[in-house]
Structures are given as structure tokens and as C-alpha cells.
Design a binder for this molecule. Sequence first.
Ligand SMILES: *Cc1c(COP(=O)(O)O)cnc(C)c1O
Length: 391
Amino acid sequence: MIESILPTYNRLPLSFVRGEGSWLVDAAGERYIDLGSGIAVNSLGHANPELVEVLIEQAKTLWHTSNLFEIPLQTALADKLVEATFADTVFFTNSGTEACELAVKMARKHFFEAGQPERNQIITFSGAFHGRSAAAMAAAGSEKMIRGFGPILDGFRQVPWGDHEALNGEINDQSAAIMIEPIQGEAGIFQLPDQCLRGLRDICDTHGLLLILDEVQCGMGRTGRLFAHEWAGIVPDIMMVAKGIGGGFPLGAVLATELAASGMTAGTHGSTYGGNPLACAVGNKVMDLILAPDFLPEVRRRAGFLRQRLEGLVAGYPSIFESVRGAGLMLGLKCRAENKEIMKAGYERRVITVPGSDNVLRIVPPLTISENEIEEAVTRLGDAASKIASR
Ligand SMILES: *Cc1c(COP(=O)(O)O)cnc(C)c1O
């Protein structure tokens, strides 16, 4: 008999009743150190007191009005994002998937309004993950994700990650945009080198394409800059954001230049919940905390410390781990033993990691994790590795 919850998830037999900073607590009171943050979401830690306070205050005041009306908290958050980034304008969603939907619509509409409706193809990359909707699925194009769900939305061309020739071969007079994650997350933490991101910007400029960056997982401070593309010194035309921007409250956004967004006039897109007062109260506080002068330098320092400790772990257990990759606090432990075995052994030692493809364990802790907590977490991962190594 089917369960009351549609059985689409491979859930672990673990459940938590409370979170505090970098820690999750189960019903028996066992404390787990969290290197997953709900898949790079709780970036300011669990039950962050400042986020709790703004959410409670907002809950007592006003929950929802719909986008029929002005929402001053939404405007304030959009202003902050515009001020801090390449963007001229922002649309708020509830998730990364919805941000992908709008990014695709926006790119197509841009060329339609420019009198080039035939330019509606978006080039994406193998291993990509942009969400689970019809457009996001088609954008990723992986057999695993789309099998059985055809007909698949037309207008996407996948090229192998890192294959310059294939990419150039796909560009023609129907191309509208290139869509890419600066660091692929689900695929197992593959970072696009800065010079490749600059190369993509050049290609887009040469051929008049829009560059769409999916920073749903790698954005909002995770790499030690507000957005990952800042390291390469380039800007996109359209960017998808979600996960960390709500710190655990469902919130996403599409950021765009005025030119890229020029087709999105009144009535062309909408969302009932998108950017509602509860979400934006939290989003504003998240932005304020991440943009505080000491915050990102501190993320970079701790990221260096974590990386060094993880390199030590790999050196200490060469039969279990192969290497560390990624950037900032978005790291991947490439495993030799099966990643899920190590993850489970980690749970027994009360440390949480997130599996990714390519036999990787994703290490995406809250950006607020302390050095002591990093030390403790890596010690526990070492215990888990040593248990597997001794089998
Ligand atoms: C998680 C993720 C998405 C989808 O976001 P949802 O909020 O799950 O819809 C899209 N792109 C990337 C890179 C992601 O990591």
C-alpha cells in the first residue's frame, strides 16, 4: 500500500526535533553536527536568533497580501540585491525551480521582443541541476530525471561539461542563452574555473547571447563572496537564487539586468506567494547579516580552515577518501569507499553530510560554523572513516 506521503524520496530513518546553530537534535536528545544545512539552505545556522525574531515579529503583524498590492519588505529586499549585485531588477519566487522557470521565460521573451523569436534555444551542461519542473528537467536533460516524463519541453541543448568544441558547435542563430551553475552541486561539486566563466561571458558577448547563472546553491555567501561569479570578475545577465537567501524560509529570486528583463512587463509573469511579507522579512535580515562588513571575510577564513582539515582527513584515510574539491564552504569529498556508506557511518558518529553524484559527499555547513565545530565535525568524519577502513 502506498504511504500517505508520495514515496519519491529515499529518506533516512532519522528525524530531528530542534536545531541550534550548527547542530541538529533528535527526539532522544542526541546532538548531530550539521555539515549539510538542509542542502545549503540554513546558511545562518538553525534557529538563528535574529532570523527567529524578525519572523516572529512579522508573523504577529502581517503574513500575506498577494502581489496585487505593494509589499514594502519586498521592495526593500530587491533594493538591497540591486545595490549589492549586477542586477537592475528582481522577481521573487518560492524556490529555485521557479527561479529557473522565470529565467527561461525571460530569456525567450527578451529575444521575442527584440524581433528574434527564433532565438529560443538555451544551452546547458551535462550534470546540471536546475530543479524538477518541466523546464528545469529539460534544462538538465539527464536521463535519470526525464525518463518517463515526456514529451520533454523543447528548446534546450546540453553539451558536455568543459567541452569547448561541443559548446561552440551548438551556438547558432537560434541560440538565446547559456545557462550554467558556477559550481555544480548535485553533480558532485564541480567548480567551473574562473577563466572558463570569463570565457563563457566572452562567448555570450560575441554572439549576443544571455548568460544565465544558476547560483541557487553556490550563491548567498557560500563561496565567501556574495555570489560565486564575483570571483571571476564577470557578471551574468540573469541569475537564479534560492536556498540560502531565505535561511530556511522558502524564498527564491531571479535577478536580471534591465536589458535582459525588458520583455517582462505587467501581466507576463506572477506568483501568489512569491516575495510575501514573511519570506521577505527573513530575506532582508539574511542579506543584512551576510553583508555585514566582517561576515564574508570570516566565511573565507573558516572555509580555508575547513579545507585544510578535510585535506588532512583525505591524507589520513586514503583508502576511504580521494580528494577535496569545490570552493568556500561548498566542498566535495570525493570518496573511494561508497559515499552513502560513509554518510551513514557519519550519522552513527553524529555528523551530517549530503551525498552528491560522482561518489561525493557534499560538505555545505552553515556559513556561521565555528572553528571548534569544524574541528569536531572532521574528527567525527575521521572516526566514521576509520570504522569503515577497519571492516
Ligand atoms: C536546489 C537547486 C535548484 C532547485 O531549487 P528548489 O528550491 O529545490 O526548487 C536549482 N538549481 C540548483 C543549482 C540547485 O542546487
